[in-house]
Design a protein around this ligand. Sequence first.
Ligand SMILES: [Zn+2]
Ligand SMILES: [Zn+2]
Ligand SMILES: [Zn+2]
Length: 320
Amino acid sequence: MAEAPADLDPVSMFSLLGDETRLAVLQALYDETRGRGTGRGAVAYSTLREAVGEPDSGRFNYHLTQLTGHFVEKLRGGYALRAPGREVVRVLRAGTLTQSPRVDPVGTGRVCPRCGGQVRLSYANEHVFVHCADCVGLLEFDYVPDGTLLAVSFPPAGANARDPSTLLAPATLGYERRLQTMTDGLCPDCGGVATPSVRRCECHRQTGSTTCDRCHTGFEALVELSCETCERRRVAPPAFAFTHRDPVREALSAANADGDAWRRYVTVVDWPTRVRRADGGTPEVVYAPPDDREVVVAADGSVRREAPSPPDELGAHLSE
Ligand SMILES: [Zn+2]
Ligand SMILES: [Zn+2]
Ligand SMILES: [Zn+2]
């Protein structure tokens, strides 16, 4: 293996990439080595030059030399992408930095967990928005459509590759999986350490026709998952971040909600929920699924099932 080059500063990185021929070299190396396995197989100089289609050999050599080191490595049999070069091509193909598709609202065939109205889906700014035409929804922020029930990031290429009416299931699944990964301590974006915490809206107040005027959501408590390294933050109804853990999985299964991720989401949102203070004052979110035991999500991200609280404790909570 060739010796690793020194780290590249971000400005040099962008200026090195700002050329059509150089991007064509990266794309050609990616296409030519696909299927040969990472790190194996180099592309011969002549094959690469032909794939790029640059007639001027001096010009071609100059650009290839500029890329060689950080993005491309020279091996005995020719040239290959280094990991940063492969990542550039993948980011370009995912469209994350370059594409901005929009999808106007389309029907999904699903019903709103709040009001039973029709659920619609739209796409903008690299996000899938799932919203209800008939109620205020669960999230009321400037950047989401009226009636939003769920807003999740989804790559532009994936949105372009699918019929919009089929986007709901993969978008919700992607969200659920990223949440699960973060609750298990791993940031799926950068590999950093992720930690969960339960956040309670201390003055939560909502009616049947509004979201809360303090937190602008329909959730008294949310789990916040944050990465120490890239500072990525994801927020979700607490039980939905733990659908892979036995206590939640068991309750979902008893509710026949182990179908797709959207069904798991609306099921969890629909369970009667209350927030209480655990010993030490941290908030605990208690769900009452229809089977006989409650699901408790604690502030540290642990999940358990327990027998329903005795009526006096419940009464004390309700009169708070
Ligand atoms: Zn609704
Ligand atoms: Zn609130
Ligand atoms: Zn991260």
